[in-house]
Design a protein around this ligand. Structure first.
Ligand code: SAM
Ligand code: SF4
Length: 328
């Protein structure tokens, strides 16, 4: 099992498979995806991904989250899922997606063997959704969720970034509570994070997640404990609701103490933290099948450089210009 010098272990990898995204979320890519002219390396190809995943599974990684950019824009997206499911030894493969075209690809998703899907929906209000993401596509995303449920696909989660004055009122919280009353779905708010590019947006829209915990406490939601490959969310349950309410609060005290995940960018850089200046390319060691031992050794050694905390509260955004390169 991969371990760092603070005793944390890492069964969970977030692997970005593309920086490209078709949405324009105000906190992430407000002007849409722009090609990085200073880095013309191609995104990892399917064989590089296969070797990487095999090495990771031998290091004790049991869960990979495919993310981006928007992972489903890759033409070989379902081939990648297939290879991870059948040839890597990784037990759980899940994705984070903005859900565009979900109505059309729900069947393929259900049949792909994916073990879970996180869909980003910042608001249940059509106009508000469009304002935040730059796209009027809420209906197709919700239809896609319905289709997945009809196909009995389990482990659907929804994420929304908490934005002051945009989706942070009791009315917004009630809309989500109503949604999960009858839907067996985990809904989580993520506290807005500052990145290298979004300082003005952050100043305008960041609000502490305390506003949500207050709402949850007042409405008798009860906090739950976490599993070993669990994500960073704190989940709350209520016997009257089928789904769970959750909260990802990266600015909260002790957030990094339970860190169990590493990130790999779409160009094959290992990132020890979402925010940090440490990260090296591991791509040269996924070119041939016989490089597995070297790859494993390099990744294990790198973990000694993982820091105790992201120091985000000090405004330290490290290498992260926006989350589309590291997958959130
Ligand atoms: N495009 C996919 C999506 O939006 O789900 C996957 C990549 S996106 C970078 C992953 C997650 O990061 C999304 O849930 C998104 O809302 C979140 N995210 C992006 N920028 C963020 C920021 N500055 N603060 C908090 N969450 C952010
Ligand atoms: Fe695209 Fe996801 Fe970033 Fe929105 S959050 S711009 S959907 S990568």
């Amino acid at each position: 099992m991969l371990k760092d010098s603070f005793g944390r272990s890492f069964p969970y990898i977030r692997l970005s498979i593309t920086d490209v995204c078709n949405f324009k979320c105000g906190y992430c890519l407000p002007n849409g995806y722009q090609k990085n002219k200073s880095d013309n390396r191609k995104f990892l190809d399917i064989n590089e991904i296969r070797r990487l995943a095999k090495g990771l599974s031998e290091l004790g990684v049991c869960k990979i989250r495919l993310t981006g950019g928007e992972p489903t824009v890759r033409r070989d997206f379902f081939d990648i899922v297939d290879i991870l499911k059948k040839q890597s030894g990784i037990k759980k493969t899940v994705i984070t997606t903005n859900g565009y075209r979900l109505d059309k690809i729900a069947k393929q998703i259900a049949e792909s063997g994916l073990d879970g899907i996180n869909i980003s929906i910042d608001s249940l209000d059509k106009k508000n959704f469009e304002k935040i993401t730059g796209h009027d596509r809420l209906a197709e995303i919700l239809k896609g969720i319905e289709n997945l449920q009809k196909l009995n696909f389990k482990n659907i989660k929804i994420n929304a970034v908490l934005l002051k004055g945009v989706n942070s009122s009791n009315k917004d919280f009630e809309a989500w509570a109503n949604f999960i009353k009858t839907n067996e779905i985990d809904f989580r708010y993520i506290e807005l994070m500052q990145t290298g590019e979004n300082l003005e947006y952050f100043k305008k829209y960041h609000i502490s997640s305390k506003i949500l915990t207050n709402y949850l406490n007042e409405n008798k939601w009860i906090i739950q404990t976490l599993g070993k490959d669990a994500g960073p969310a704190k989940n709350y349950i209520n016997p009257l609701y089928k789904g769970k309410f959750g909260l990802i609060a990266p600015y909260s005290k002790n957030f990094c103490k339970t860190c169990n995940r590493l990130r790999i960018t779409a160009r094959g850089d290992l990132r020890l933290c979402l925010f940090g200046n440490t990260g090296i390319s591991i791509r040269h060691l996924i070119q041939r099948d016989n490089q597995l031992e070297e790859l494993k050794e390099l990744i294990s050694k790198q973990l000694n450089f993982k820091k105790e905390s992201h120091y985000l509260e000090l405004g330290n955004t490290g290498l992260t210009n926006n989350l589309s390169t590291t997958g959130g």
